[in-house]
Design a protein around this ligand. Sequence first.
Ligand code: ADP
Ligand code: MG
Length: 768
Amino acid sequence: MLQIKDIQRYYDIGGVKYWALKGVNVSFRTSEFVAILGASGSGKTTLLNIIGGLDRYSNGDLIIDNVSTKQYKDKDWDAYRNHRIGFVFQSYNLISHLDVLSNVELALTLSGVSAKERKQKALEVLTTVGLKDHVNKKPNQLSGGQQQRVAIARALINDPNIILADEPTGALDTETSVEIMELLTRISKNKLIIMVTHNPELANKYAKRIISLSDGLVVSDTQPYEIKEAVVEDKKDKTAMSFPTALKLSLKNILTKKRRTLITAFAGCIGILGIGLVLAIQSGFGNVLTDMQQNMMASAPFDISENFTQFGFNGNGSDVNLNDNEIKGSAPAGPIMGSNIIDQTFLDFLSSRNTLNYASVHQMTGLNIRAFNIINGVLLDTPRTPQPFNPMAPGNPLVLESFIPDQMISDHSAQWMTIVGSYTGSAAFGATLVLNHDNTINQHVLPFLGLPTDQIININDVLGKTFKILSNNALFEFNGSTYQVRPEADIINLINNNSSDVITVTITNIIRPANEFVGLGQGGIFVGGVANQAIMNLNNNSDVVNAQRSSASSVVDFDSFLLPSFTDTQLLRALGGNNLPQTVLIFPNDFAARDQVVEIINEYNVAQTDPARVITMIDGTSEVFEMLNLLVDTISLVLILFAAVSLVVSSIMIGIITYTSVLERTKEIGVLRSIGARKKDISRVFNAETILIGLFAGILGVLIILGLSPLINHISAPLTPTGAGVSNVTIFHIILLVSISILLTLVAGLIPARIAAKKDPVKALRTE
Ligand code: ADP
Ligand code: MG
């Protein structure tokens, strides 16, 4: 059945061959109890390992059932060990983290036997060895003799033809040794038992045949056996450990080291935590932005202006792929200047499209209103915010404007809140005082209305305050060459005499934005509607406007006008000489209406044959949001890169920890190989372990994120305009994070798992 033909085994030690076996010839019967005797170092273990297919011979041949093993591949040896051989070692070599039953079942698990059958067979052999009552104990809860019985049961489980026992009683006392020998004798009835020992008494008492080994050679054989050679066809079985088995093995191992697993998982989860938090915040912040865009900025106006500057954020963005010899024009980066033709045709088109059904359209003529007030006998001029750079620039925040979002106030109660009064009011000419979000107001406005700046004012004291707006005829006098603003005394007189060129405006309405993102810093006095129209009408027929219309140059003395010099058309507008709007602001009623506005303008543009008449509408909000989104994405990317570094670091740590585990479980690797596990199975065991750790790390990371997220939201909610927190963990994130964690730890563990798989089983078994 087994034939050893001139087997030699040498070890190459520093280029020098050391011969452990020098040419052993011996054959075995199908069933007999053979003892191999010999001094320590005579080659007994080496021979046994070669017979068991655990070690490879250097020369010669091992013939199994008349088949040479010279052509055997790894998988053939694995199958041979699993199906034909049962190993029993001096140091039992049980897997400490598995209970007795699982230790015994292991070889069957490798050959893919069902769980039920495994258990039944394992109980059977455990009964045979007399351990029926100890099946749920761990190896370290058993005596040495009992452990060796478990090892024998494990060797028997696959019902192998050959049991190889390497000094099975070497670690046991005499009494226990005898029990083990009797057990082996019982088994040897229908099996080949080859037992290595250096105890001649035991050998003589129990073995039927004694082979003596000395210095790598057989020196005596009490019952030699010769077989006639014959050729028999190859019979090869396969072994394979299923992945669930590998998982179970690793899970049990991990569970015996709970604290270390926890620490490893924690190390592994830090990178996941980082990435997870960035993802959660990116998503949550994105939601806040979208919310802001949809709810708060919904009615932020589209701006159609005579002259405009458009900021492009993707000036270099191009979707063409050009070759070296090709050129194409691209949109320039940075601001683009342009102009729109806003004429009656365009205005008629807007009203023909019933824009008012979903948006408020506001026309701003560019009229420069000049307001005065007499407080305690002192004449106060239009309140303006002094600017350090250019005190009179028209773009600087004038706190008094000719534009009033009256329609908007009534249409968009979500954006604008009326505190007291109403826009129309009871006065002939009403004005609206627009406060800031927090009920403050530009301090230059208060004295103008005769109110103190250094104390808190009751809102009702503000309502009903009046001031005067002077039309051009009241404001200017002609000095023979230019129009100049009248001296203060004359203005006071005109006001006091209730000139028809002076209109009295009353604060009839006090409003404020519903949130801090509407009308940013635009608080002030707004004069619109009836009052605005009245001034426009007066100014349109004023002397200065008529003079300006027929003059090729400016007719106004700019110094006295308190404004920087304009072009002639701009001047005419400032004076109220142009009824056509300089700017049309379109305030959509809600977020959905924005698309409708865009469509209407597109419809107009498509119909234009003259490219100069195409309208460019500026959506300030989307530009801001485009920039904000870009900013959030960029910051997220940077943060993710940082988190990725910690992910790499934790992966390396997991690799190292897995490698430590490989070192610790070297013996287990040897045992698994001895019962027929393939290299692949060994790497599976460790891959399963890293997958489990990755899973734990991922789950731990996700749990921490789920714990932190409400905290982040609690802290951040008051800071966001929508009152929503900036952290948002989705199912997608959870799945992604756990997958990344598993994948990374798996990759990190691949090398250690390979190292484990490549371990020489003989060396592995020799390690302590
Ligand atoms: P025994 O089991 O009879 O005590 P072994 O078969 O273990 O002897 O060893 C036989 C000889 O081979 C010994 O001299 C031992 O030192 C040597 N040997 C065993 N394994 C190795 C190895 N991996 N590398 C080098 N020499 C080894
Ligand atoms: Mg030995």
